[in-house]
Design a protein around this ligand. Structure first.
Ligand code: 2HA
Ligand code: ZN
Length: 274
């Protein structure tokens, strides 16, 4: 029995590998963080380093995440390599009591630090934990090609993207009835994109980063990966349909979206409907 035999670690690694196989993680693209439950932390504690690494101030504060632990991909690490050597690619970090610093307690055995987007992930965990009464555990960022392609041709508004995605596959309004947010192009890795994403994630479970990728959240790996997958597949269908060269001849009508919502008992964001 070791760290890599623990169920949550296996499921985290499988998600990273699934993302690689989907083609969403060229080179070191993308990152994923998972907020461990108290029980999972206790399962893992025997395998933590005898000496944790020094505290690192994040420049952002999430008071509701004080004392939490996260699994994170490492900065500059490739999703493709996670399955080969998790202890080189991943780390577990502990958050201090002020909620403004982390320290590595396991992993990144050859050195390194958590993902360059860790401040973004951390702040978005803080926002989503508040928005979901503590249910949110996963923040996942990837570079799915069809979603990115649409940011070159659609109007960069929450309404436009939500409508196109809802109408490009019938299950979409059921999977993300709240719609998706759109963040304009920004420099990655900094505080500005973190703050802009947080503003969207107060309302939505997913935010598109123009000309860059997609940022999603959820309570577990299956739901979060499934949300990324569903949004990207819907974008792919729209791209395929437009690629036929004659435009969209027919699509799901707004009242049909309302009918789906009624049947499946979900609340669509009404302001996005005509
Ligand atoms: O990890 O995807 O946005 C590399 C990135 C940064
Ligand atoms: Zn990225």
């Amino acid at each position: 029995m070791g760290m890599l035999d623990i169920s949550v670690m296996k499921r985290y690694i499988r998600m990273a590998d699934d993302g690689w196989h989907q083609g969403w993680h060229e080179r070191n693209g993308g990152n994923v963080t998972y907020r461990l439950t108290k029980e999972e932390v206790e399962q893992m504690r025997p395998f933590f380093d005898a000496q944790p690494r020094p505290w690192v101030n994040m420049g952002v504060t999430g008071a509701n995440l004080a004392g939490e632990y996260f699994i994170s991909t490492g900065s500059g690490k490739f999703f493709r390599n996670v399955i080969l050597d998790p202890e080189d690619s991943l780390c577990i970090v502990e958050i201090n009591e002020a909620g403004d610093s982390y320290r590595i307690v396991w992993g990144l055995k050859n050195g390194g630090r958590p993902t360059s987007e860790f401040p973004s992930h951390f702040m978005n965990h803080s926002v989503r934990v508040a928005a979901t009464n503590g249910a949110c555990r996963v923040i996942y960022h990837a570079h799915p090609a069809n979603v990115i392609a649409l940011t070159y041709v659609l109007e960069l508004t929450d309404r436009e993207f939500s409508r196109v995605l809802w109408k490009s596959a019938t299950e979409c309004p059921v999977v993300f009835p709240g719609g998706v947010g759109v963040v304009p192009w920004m420099v990655p890795g900094g505080a500005d994109i973190a703050l802009a994403t947080c503003e969207k994630m107060k309302k939505y479970e997913a935010a598109i980063w123009a000309h860059h990728g997609l940022f999603v959240s959820g309570p577990d790996f299956d739901t979060t990966f499934g949300l990324m997958h569903t949004i990207e597949k819907s974008a792919q269908i729209y791209v395929l349909a437009m690629s036929c060269g004659q435009g969209i001849r027919q699509t799901i009508k707004d009242d049909e979206l309302r009918a789906i919502a009624k049947e499946f008992g979900v609340q669509l964001r009404e302001e996005f409907l005509d």
